[in-house]
Design a protein around this ligand. Structure first.
Ligand SMILES: CCCCC/C=C/CC(=O)SCCNC(=O)CCNC(=O)[C@H](O)C(C)(C)COP(=O)(O)OP(=O)(O)OC[C@H]1O[C@@H](n2cnc3c(N)ncnc32)[C@H](O)[C@@H]1OP(=O)(O)O
Length: 359
């Protein structure tokens, strides 16, 4: 049955109430159908070549040829009804997404203003990364890569960004013994870092406080690193009998030059936020008192940029060296698997828990 005049008038009013701009293509369709429904086939002279907007409107109307008024009215009503239901369902999805994401014990994940925020949430343990946390982060990244956000942000809850690998990861030994533990840990580490190498959207670290170990090395795979002036950056691998991970054996020398990378990765020099900025690891440092406000204002503005352009640009930048990064990750993980079995590494972990050593 065709749409009656009342349905058509109601659809015309609903267009004015749409919450989301339907885009130029749809607006042209609506214009053309409206003109056809109210005036019949296009009856005005073609606008000049440089009168771009009126020419596009005229073309759209003229393209409807001799479509009967009745059919144009019906098509208009159908088009508006489709727009309303998609805008209703997208606002429903948005309000769901705005809520805290369920199913994560160690992270708080929220989506707002086209930004998905992944917050490490073990403040009492300085956001040390347990095996459960590595797994949840991988799941969160997988979900963020598919959601409708444009930017993904990592941050920490509490005074630390993260104190790196939770050293209890080395203390709960499975029935297969320490070798099995080291093997499983190397697989988990490799999978974890692979997720960062392959992550398709702009990835931002909001480093709210000190960062240690893997929480620092992985920053070399982020696109922006904003730091509070309270943050520090520490990779004490030689103190722990360990070696670099997170592709930092490649990204750090590339970012800061070999000499400075060696100071951090071999000699465990702890950097202030200002030093990390000077060496290119950090994009910008903000005073702690205004850190959150300044950073989120900046990120909200960035999140409105073209999603496709940002994602394609990231792929162009990353694709040059993706294969290389995966190979480096595999090699670093393999070497660490051996290091974790060393006396030096085991003693360092025991010293921490017997309170003999702290960084
Ligand atoms: C799948 C495996 C992948 C492995 C990838 C490899 C990664 C390598 C690394 O990440 S190396 C870095 C490892 N991290 C550390 O060695 C840090 C150890 N922690 C410290 O030195 C200190 O805790 C500190 C300097 C970070 C903070 O000192 P502070 O005095 O301010 O606070 P506390 O020591 O009292 O810490 C509060 C509680 O948090 C526990 N905790 C902190 N960090 C860790 C950690 N990394 N692992 C386990 N637990 C940690 C700490 O024990 C306190 O707990 P408690 O209150 O129960 O005593």
């Amino acid at each position: 049955m065709g749409a009656c005049q009342k349905d058509f008038e109601s659809a015309v009013n609903q267009v004015k109430l749409l919450k989301k701009d339907p885009g130029n293509e749809v607006k042209l369709k609506l214009y053309a159908l409206y003109k056809q429904a109210t005036e019949g086939p296009c009856n005005t002279p073609k606008p000049g070549l440089f009168d771009l907007i009126n020419k596009a409107k005229w073309d759209a109307w003229n393209a409807l040829g001799n479509l009967p008024k009745e059919t144009a009215r019906q098509n208009y009503v159908d088009l508006v009804s489709g727009l309303r239901s998609s805008s209703d369902s997208s606002s429903q999805v948005k309000s769901e997404a705005d809520k805290k994401r369920a199913g994560y014990d160690t992270l708080v994940i929220t989506s707002e203003d086209c930004i998905t925020k992944i917050m490490l949430n073990r403040p009492a343990k300085k956001n040390a990364l347990t095996t459960q946390m590595y797994r949840e982060i991988m799941l969160a990244l997988e979900a963020a890569s598919k959601d409708d956000s444009t930017i993904t942000v990592f941050t920490g809850n509490g005074d630390y960004y993260s104190s790196g690998n939770d050293l209890t990861n080395f203390t709960d030994i499975p029935p297969g013994g320490i070798e099995e533990k080291a093997k499983n840990s190397a697989i988990l580490l490799r999978d974890f870092v692979d997720c960062f190498i392959d992550f398709p959207k702009p990835l931002v670290a909001v480093v709210n406080g000190p960062a240690v170990g893997i929480a620092v090395t992985i920053l070399g795979l982020f696109d922006l690193v904003y730091a509070s002036d309270r943050a520090t950056f520490h990779t004490p691998f030689s103190h722990l009998g360990q070696t670099p991970e997170g592709c930092s054996s490649y990204t750090f020398p590339k970012i800061m030059g070999p000499a400075k990378a060696v100071e951090m990765l071999i000699f465990g020099k702890k950097l202030t936020a200002g030093e990390a900025y000077a060496q290119g690891l950090v994009t910008e440092v903000f005073p702690d008192s205004t850190f959150q406000k300044e950073v989120w204002t900046r990120l909200k503005a960035y999140s409105k940029l073209s999603q496709n352009a940002m994602h394609i640009s990231k792929q162009i930048i990353r694709n040059h060296e993706k294969e290389k990064l995966h190979a480096i990750n595999a090699e670093e993980s393999r070497i660490l698997q051996e290091r974790w079995l060393s006396d030096e590494c085991m003693n360092a972990v025991m010293d921490f828990f017997s309170r003999k050593a702290k960084l």
